[in-house]
Design a protein around this ligand. Structure first.
Ligand code: SF4
Length: 306
């Protein structure tokens, strides 16, 4: 499987090439709302998972084959990308060799690490997750690795933020009953004030979550959170863009790769099939390779994890 995919249309990054420098579901958290399923390799120690040259080759091939100018390369991972000790080399490669801006989408749990702070310094955007304002909520929502403490994670983000010159964003994922009360939002706001993010994004679980009981807050609670958090705030809505298959020859494999990384709305799957002049998703579902799952009135295509 390639380490790079796309371009994926994104409201925040335009046409972006996604890069995963770690094995699937390798993460320091196991968030209840994660769209990738339960974390299977829980760790807080960084490591070298792949040869960086192999990842660079995949990025270069994807950039070349997409036939358009990518606006961003987002290092996002099928888990927590900063667990990759090679992330600094990858950022440098994308910026100096490919001349494309780089965004790191991270849960922020390892930003206390001095080596990582140095590696991320040259990224154009670093986007962290701040969905809890206290230890108890932090544990309930993220189910972090045992060595990670809320206060240390937040101090790490604050230390990084103070020296980081690029754009620093924060995402608040709201889950009904877990962190959407007035009290929770006020405590999240206090943490955000320590970080002075350039932008804050409010998100809700719009794709099938790991835990079936996870639900988005009602619209009133989301609006209440928006009014308390204020500032440079944007709401994240279910993605409505289309995926670009690039130049993959095997359509079934392309669909499997795409939906393994981003559960695809049925509309996106049908558009892709129409563009490629073939219908394979339903056959793949019959063969138990992928599955349709309905969430919030929308059908999504997901891989069957065996
Ligand atoms: S949402 Fe992100 S941080 Fe949370 S478990 Fe999934 S990959 Fe890890």
């Amino acid at each position: 499987m390639s380490h790079a995919y796309g371009p994926v249309p994104s409201r925040r990054f335009g046409r972006s090439i996604g890069v995963s420098p770690i094995p699937p579901k390798t993460c320091s958290y196991s968030c209840v709302y994660c769209q990738l399923g339960k974390t299977t390799d829980m760790r807080a120690e960084r490591g070298r998972f792949f040869d960086p040259k192999e990842i660079e080759k995949d990025i270069e091939n994807t950039v070349t084959s997409c036939g358009c100018k990518a606006d961003f390369i987002t290092i996002v991972g099928d888990g927590e990308p900063t667990l990759s000790a090679n992330i600094g080399e990858l950022i440098s490669f994308c910026k100096s060799h490919l001349k494309i801006p780089v965004a790191i989408i991270t849960n922020g749990s390892l930003l206390w690490n001095a080596e990582l702070q140095l590696q991320l310094r040259v990224a154009d955007v670093v986007s962290v997750t701040v969905s809890a304002g206290d230890e108890e909520t932090f544990r309930k929502i993220h189910r972090p690795h045992g060595s990670l403490k809320f206060s240390e994670v937040m101090s790490g983000m604050e230390t990084f933020r103070k020296s980081y010159q690029g754009k620093f964003w924060a995402e608040v994922m709201l889950v009904a009953g877990l962190n959407d009360s007035n009290e929770s939002i006020v405590s999240i706001k206090k943490q955000l004030q320590r970080l002075s993010p350039d932008k804050v994004f409010i998100a809700t679980p719009t794709r099938p979550p790991t835990e079936p009981w996870v639900k988005p807050p009602d619209p009133e609670s989301v609006l209440n959170a928006a009014s308390i958090l204020g500032g440079s705030l944007e709401m994240t809505f279910p993605e409505m863009g289309s995926f670009n298959p690039g130049e993959h020859e095997d359509v079934a494999d392309t669909i499997l790769q795409l939906c393994s990384r981003h559960p695809m709305m049925e509309k996106q799957v049908r558009e892709l099939e129409a563009r490629l002049g073939t219908e394979v998703a339903d056959r793949m579902a019959d063969e138990n390779v992928v599955q349709w799952k309905e969430y919030m009135g929308i059908r999504y295509l997901l891989p069957v994890r065996k």
